[in-house]
Design a protein around this ligand. Structure first.
Ligand SMILES: NC(=O)c1ccc[n+]([C@@H]2O[C@H](COP(=O)([O-])OP(=O)(O)OC[C@H]3O[C@@H](n4cnc5c(N)ncnc54)[C@H](O)[C@@H]3O)[C@@H](O)[C@H]2O)c1
Length: 291
């Protein structure tokens, strides 16, 4: 059998040796001159990813249902940046915007507001989302619709709104949807079927839009975190040590993740370092989903 990669017989080994290529002149991981929008960026994973992107050089628009918290965090983020970079000549612009990502009119108005303040959008991270636990037979349908409205419709509507802007500008862009390992596995012991389905949808939205928008140079990827220790999960788990033990016992790395561990993956996916990566799902879960 002839393998597809077998070179033609008239090609000598020397004629196809790969020579070193020119290395990029700029840092491929930089987000300099980019405007990044993060939904659900007022707290938790979205907030810490926002911290990561401004440290990589971006300006940031925080979108959240909770405007007050988002607004307060803009000051904290800039103060933190200045403290860590006392000699920086460029201070990131960080703005706060209120939106309910499950409401089309709210999403449209929010994108217009961001454009009026930043002039453009280059990248999007969709972290707005939530989970809740109900046995499937008892889950009220209006709550399921709310959950899917935020986790799925919200991701879709923000992504399409930003894609329209990028296409009108004829500009390349990169998006990262925050899914969950729950989109690939079923968590135990807590019952959360609609959440798991919503995160499977988020992952496949990323893959499908990546293919649909590749022609426009818009990359779309997914990050699927495992159990991450945010202020919120920490508070819940401190009251339920047995649950924490049940979770951690299934994680090969033997611990929950911390939000800072998403800074590298999100910066990589938004930057030119991942220019040939689209439609991918990066699982940041300490190995949970591979055992
Ligand atoms: N924390 C984890 O362990 C974990 C693991 C896997 C995936 N995730 C996913 O990561 C994302 C962030 O989770 P988190 O733990 O940081 O949650 P969080 O509750 O700390 O933060 C979510 C943010 O989204 C905002 N938000 C909620 N509904 C909104 C809406 N309709 N419109 C605009 N903003 C809205 C909230 O106000 C909040 O600021 C979620 O999509 C979640 O499913 C979290």
């Amino acid at each position: 059998m002839v393998h597809a990669a077998t070179p033609p017989e008239d090609v000598t080994r020397d004629s196809y040796i790969q020579t070193p290529v020119e290395t990029p002149r700029h840092d491929p991981f930089t987000l300099n001159n980019r405007v990044v929008v993060i939904t659900g960026g007022a707290r938790g994973l979205g907030l810490v990813m926002g911290q990561g992107v401004i440290h990589a050089g971006a300006d940031l628009a925080i979108v959240d249902l909770n405007y007050e918290e988002a607004e307060a965090q803009t000051h904290q983020l800039v103060a933190g940046f200045k403290k860590q970079n006392p000699s920086a000549t460029r201070i990131p612009k960080v703005t706060a915007h209120r939106a309910d990502v499950s409401d089309p009119a709210s999403v449209e108005a929010c994108i217009a507001e961001i454009l009026s303040q930043h002039g453009k959008i280059d990248s999007l991270v969709t972290s707005a989302g939530f989970t809740e636990n109900f046995d499937a037979v008892d889950y009220p349908i209006d709550r399921i619709r709310k959950l899917w409205g935020v986790n799925v419709d919200g991701t879709y509507m923000f992504a399409t709104g930003v894609a329209k802007h990028l296409m009108e500008r004829n500009s390349a862009g990169s998006m990262v949807f925050i899914g969950s390992m729950s989109g690939s596995i079923v968590n135990v012991p807590q019952p959360q079927t609609p959440y798991n389905a919503s995160k499977a949808a988020v992952r496949h939205l990323a893959a499908s839009l990546a293919v649909e928008w590749a022609h426009a140079n818009i990359r779309v990827n997914c990050i699927s975190p495992g159990y991450m220790l945010t202020a919120l999960t920490e508070k819940i788990l401190n009251e339920k040590p047995d649950l924490k033990q049940a979770w951690v016992s299934r994680i090969p790395q033997g611990r929950m993740g911390v939000p800072q561990e998403l800074m590298g993956p999100v910066t990589f996916l938004l930057s030119d370092a991942s220019s040939y990566v689209t439609g991918a799902d990066i699982r940041v879960d300490g190995g949970y989903t591979v055992v």
